[in-house]
Design a protein around this ligand. Sequence first.
Ligand SMILES: O=C(O)C[C@H]1C=CC(=O)O1
Length: 96
Amino acid sequence: MLFHIRMDVQLPPSLSAGEAAELKAVEKARSQELQQQGKWRHLWRIGGQYSNISIFDVESVDELHTLVSTLPLFPYMKIEVLPLCRHPSSIRDDDR
Ligand SMILES: O=C(O)C[C@H]1C=CC(=O)O1
């Protein structure tokens, strides 16, 4: 199952620069692990914003929820999820 996800990050001003850097490093490692596993299929920065557009490829809504809600930055992100279905006119075999 594919999901289009938008993540808007808002770190609290109370977080020190060191704490923010550590959190971002842990988040980066986790996101790269999920990308290696093929779960986090695409990751794009939205220009000019601390936000991304991602495509997740998971087995279920429960799996999606578990992966997203355990991201280190989850407490500091607003997340929007759109479930994706195969378009009948798509020429791409992996669009499912
Ligand atoms: O930077 C972000 O968009 C938030 C998050 C997603 C991947 C990552 O390394 O951080």
